[in-house]
Design a protein around this ligand. Structure first.
Ligand SMILES: Nc1nc2c(ncn2[C@@H]2O[C@H](COP(=O)(O)OP(=O)(O)OP(=O)(O)O)[C@@H](O)[C@H]2O)c(=O)[nH]1
Ligand SMILES: [K+]
Ligand SMILES: [Mg+2]
Length: 429
């Protein structure tokens, strides 16, 4: 029998009210012990909460929600008490003394809900994101994920795959020839539709971009004006600027929203290969690492020498010796000429990487599973186009494509993976 768990679910005291959440088979007995009664299901009642010795610890609202129609699927209860630290501590102490009752670990309520089929893995990820959401875009995305929009999509894909598999099995079972020519004529086209649909989602927005912001890295040689432009873009005197080449060493980051679109601007050490300064060398290595992780690089060095997809920036455009021929943007950190235009262009590309209405951003884990699934569907499609197509192998590709989709919903998941996901939740969730 699982232990009964409890935790403050309403955020850290002090506050006006603290909600202590309880889940497990001893929930009703626990209410009887501490509140002297078990209220009728889902009806709030006022009760004195008492210690073992019979002293009143607090007077509060008490709820009982018997399983399986509860958040976790188990018998649940809630104590709404005054949110002072000492009140909460006294009630928690009294609860901890009841046999088979203990304090919950991070994410344990949600994990029990998952184990009891109350939500799938994609919804649990959405829920974690909902609790962490700070911007409107993040909230909307997390809500769609937690509400099961993506799960319903995946379930439909899974059904479609199952149907395709059934048709392969039928040919395998009932035809003597077992060859691909027995397959329905539209089979290849349907496989293609399937893989296109998965690909569309893979090309869609990513939760990392939504959560951490669109990563814009300023890179180029020392003294090219990176830190000056960085400060102009984040509209803050954030980075140190001096005429000394090699001023910036550490990576400097500033999260900024431009018209509600989240950005992470990143200033880096100037790139050069003729320094022997040990500190600067570490800075340069870090700069290269940031360039690799960037969603977009603003290149302030010589034209044509930056990373392939970088925007070439003609910095210090106010100077008489400004020499760039055709930069994507000319800017001056001194006069601020061109900075507004650059910010607007950045807003447009970053907004394109964020989810639009009806779209849902996917996590790295979700993209990995979806990619694996789409690869299997593509393999199945190629197999069918093959002269000596082997239907047994084709069926196996389709089965594996389905297993990857199951992974997305948590139907095949390892304990490690679940520990990692639910460990990210706060205590009380
Ligand atoms: N006139 C003019 N000077 C600028 C402009 N931007 C930067 N500078 C000057 O150029 C020098 C170097 O600027 P930084 O912003 O420190 O250059 P950096 O690329 O960050 O340099 P490191 O961190 O050393 O790699 C400073 O003396 C700045 O005042 C500009 O737009 N116009
Ligand atoms: K400098
Ligand atoms: Mg600098």
């Amino acid at each position: 029998m699982p232990e009964t768990i409890f935790a403050v679910s309403s955020g850290s005291p002090p506050a006006a009210i603290a909600v202590i959440r309880i889940s497990g088979p001893a929930a009703s007995q626990l209410l009887q012990t501490i509140a002297g009664r078990v209220p009728p299901p889902r009806r709030a009642v006022l009760a004195d909460l008492r210690s073992e010795a019979g002293d009143v610890l607090d007077t509060g609202m008490v709820l009982y929600m018997p399983g399986p129609a509860s958040a976790t699927g188990e018998d649940c209860a809630e104590l709404h008490v005054h949110g002072g630290r000492a009140v909460v501590r006294a009630v928690e102490q009294a609860l901890g003394k009841i046999p088979a009752v203990r304090h919950a670990e991070a994410g344990e309520f949600t994990r029990r809900a998952f184990a009891n089929g109350k939500l799938d893995l994609a919804q649990a990820e959405g829920l974690a994101d909902l609790l962490a959401a700070e911007t409107e875009l993040q909230r909307l995305n997390a809500q769609a994920m937690a509400g099961g929009l993506f799960s319903r999509m995946v379930t439909q894909w899974r059904k479609d795959l199952l149907q395709l598999s059934a048709e392969v099995e039928a040919v395998l079972d009932f035809s003597d020839e077992e060859d691909a020519e027995q397959m329905p004529l539209d089979f290849a086209a349907r496989l293609e539709v399937m893989s296109n649909r998965l690909q569309e989602w893979l090309n869609g927005p990513q939760t990392e971009t939504l959560k951490e912001g669109f990563r814009v890295v300023l890179a180029g040689p020392p003294n090219s004006g990176k830190s000056s432009l960085f400060n102009a873009l984040v509209q803050e005197d954030a980075a140190i600027i001096t005429p000394v080449a090699g001023t910036t060493r550490d990576v400097l980051q500033r999260p900024v929203a431009i018209d509600g679109v989240p950005f992470l601007f990143i200033d880096t050490a100037g790139l050069r290969d003729d320094t022997t300064d040990a500190v600067e060398l570490v800075g340069i290595e870090r700069a290269y690492n940031e360039v690799v992780k960037a969603d977009l690089v603003l290149w302030l060095g010589a034209e044509g020498e930056g990373p392939a997809e970088a925007w070439e920036i003609g910095a210090k455009s106010d100077l008489d010796n400004f020499a760039k021929k055709a930069p994507d943007f000319s800017v001056s950190a001194v006069t601020l000429a061109g900075v507004r235009e650059l910010r607007e262009a950045l807003r447009i590309v970053a907004a394109a990487a964020m989810p639009k209405p009806g779209q849902i951003a996917l996590s790295r884990f979700q993209r990995t599973a979806l990619h694996a699934s789409s690869q299997e569907v593509i393999a199945a499609h190629e197999m069918l186009g093959n002269r000596s197509a082997d239907l047994l192998i084709l069926a196996e590709f389709l089965r594996r494509a389905r297993v990857e989709l199951d992974r997305l919903l948590g139907n095949v998941s390892t304990e490690d993976m679940l520990d990692a996901l639910f460990g990210n939740f706060c205590i009380g969730k």
